[in-house]
Design a protein around this ligand. Sequence first.
Ligand SMILES: [Fe+2]
Length: 301
Amino acid sequence: MERSEFLGASMAGLGSLILPVSHLSSLTAKHSLRFHFVTDMHLPETPPAEVYRRFIKKLKGNRVDFILNGGDSIYDALKATPESVDGQWKSYASFLNEISLPVHGCLGNHDIEKWELTGYTGSNPTEEKNRAVKEMGMPHRYYRFKRENWHFIILDSSTYVKGGYEARLDDEQFSWLRNELSKIPSNEHVLILSHIPLFSACYRHYLKDDPKGIFPKIESRLLHQDGYAITELLSRYANIRLCLSGHLHMQEKIEYKGLPYYCLGAVCGNMWKGEFNGFVPAFFTIELGGNGAVKLSRTDY
Ligand SMILES: [Fe+2]
């Protein structure tokens, strides 16, 4: 079996359901929600026509209530001048237009402007997130929304450090998260989305066997550096049902302290050039029951 099959077969295979072991009760049809989770689309100005059309066709061919976008919506703004990414954001606007469903976005590192441009001084780094927040129609760089009896908490994983970013919530956002969690009634359910994983094992394999020993230099970009504090906070809430992420372009399902942490691949695979580390381009369809149950399936194209 290829590693990419770990999270289940394609939609066509039908044998693709994944149930977190702690939530095996059946879905309550009345209040269930269905959405597609797309992450790491990395849309260039002109996406490769053939594979992009296959992706859109499968995305539209399966009815859902909305789409959750895990971030890195565009190819790359970090190293580009703001003007040069106009075409990439146009490409994202065309995607929104074509899908005509609500799309709830999450900020990815590559959606942020200037941080890796030579000579960038970092005087007000949060400002460089503003365009992405606007283009993705987000109310803020982190936020919460509610559907039925489910709360969706969308985090902003990228914190500026000289020369780029590291995976971490700033103090303001961590306080906000703690406060939001305390306000949600315990009989309602919570899904957490962060672009970069809060907890992961496969991040260690991002560079495969890493013969040049580069991994320590990029580790702070691959996994939340404040993951211990966040996972300890989350583990106090029994109504958190699922933590989703992208960023690694790999697929992984971990249960840690009773909570499922799923890193769900990349729509673009290896930047629209096939698979990445053995993981084919994919998106996921997730069904959330009114009773907190979670069902998940993967679609390849
Ligand atoms: Fe990313």
